[in-house]
Design a protein around this ligand. Sequence first.
Ligand code: RP5
Length: 165
Amino acid sequence: MGEANPQVAIIMGSQSDWPTMKHAADTLEALGVSHEARIVSAHRTPQRLYDFATGAREAGFKVVIAGAGGAAHLPGMTASMTPLPVFGVPIESRTLKGEDSLLSIVQMPAGIPVGTLAIGRAGAVNAALLAAAVLALTDSALAERLDAWRRRQSESVAEHPSDDA
Ligand code: RP5
């Protein structure tokens, strides 16, 4: 969604994170939440990270979703430089299957919170749902869309398992 003042920033450490983080973007799209995706690496583009994080609130973002893999410092460093809520998505790394990403993101020191989600696609989808839930606190139309999304999800679950599914 390419609106002038997107509400959610989706940042990620690398192009290689996009297949996972696209699930966050798709979920926000389905809920009608404006968002913008950017590559911001804590290690390869530290100045870009500093500029983004220190300016995120002023830029109009309300929530940041940050995905990173391996030595995944992006969510925590972002949280250290913005008062906005930051949700971290551990990318499933090739070597350690994302356990490295998860542990790098989750164990923040008291005082700088990152809401850490599950590894991979589930985390990306749920980060978007949490971001929408935060925004829905002050947006009743979005709250209704979120309720409808959940209803559709419930309705899509069959009562009995099938050999053909
Ligand atoms: C992290 O390193 C990125 O978030 C990515 O998950 C990981 C590997 O990056 P590439 O080497 O694929 O660019 O910074």
